[in-house]
Design a protein around this ligand. Sequence first.
Ligand code: MTE
Ligand code: MO
Length: 259
Amino acid sequence: MSAPTTTRRGWLKAASAAAGGLWLAACDRITANPKAIGFLQSAEGLTRRAQRLVADRKALAHEYKASDISGDFRPNGSIDPAEPDYRAHVAQGFANYRLVVDGLVERPLSLSLADLRALPSRTQITRHDCVEGWSSIAKWHGARLGPLLDQAGLKPQARYIVFHCADSLEPQPDGSGQYYESIDLIDAYHPQTILAYAMNDFALPVRHGAPIRLRVERQLGYKQAKYIMRVEAVADFAHIARGKGGFWEDRGYEWYAGI
Ligand SMILES: Nc1nc2c(c(=O)[nH]1)N[C@H]1C(S)=C(S)[C@@H](COP(=O)(O)O)O[C@H]1N2
Ligand SMILES: [Mo]
């Protein structure tokens, strides 16, 4: 392990590379050195655990039957943003809404709802789990985030996708306090990660995040950003708001809110 890497993923990568190298260099002498076998086994075991971790992240969240859909899906957090720009979009029926896709991309995009509806889509009936202890099931339909990002073309430095929302849950004198969220590229390219524009076969209502909200089904409710105005690809989110990757993360919640 030569390069000093600080991230866990980097370290695991280095560990597996070292183990692979040792296998090549030492395979013919291995029976002569039981200590080496122990080391290789543990490094190998580590690599397998690392692979399983990534494989688990790619597994699908459970999908339910139409009969499981909650009749009373609870709206939470912002449910009717008062920001003038957002009010104007509501008044215009979102006819002039554009989703901006920018940051570390080759081709920045500005997409109307019609553009979004023309993208590869997915429909899924999933359970939303809020950290406050309630759950509701709904059918979501929307544009898959992966193909959308491919259309914009992520630059190699891009590591996270940030969702900037229209609402300020806690307006600050300096204009901050806006809701935002972020996910890594494993979740961004997960097949169930969609920008939902429909809920239970109707256009997404305002209380649930019109015109589009994120569904990132392997994580808790606060990651499901509503009222998305801008999708930004970044190398790091330390410079955004208080630097923890989301409105609630900035107030102490976990960044990775796996279910
Ligand atoms: N823009 C925005 N997104 C948000 C929130 C919010 O207040 N503003 N609240 C979050 C929380 S804590 C939850 S549980 C869900 C609620 O989604 P719902 O209103 O569709 O139930 O949205 C999440 N996304
Ligand atoms: Mo929540």
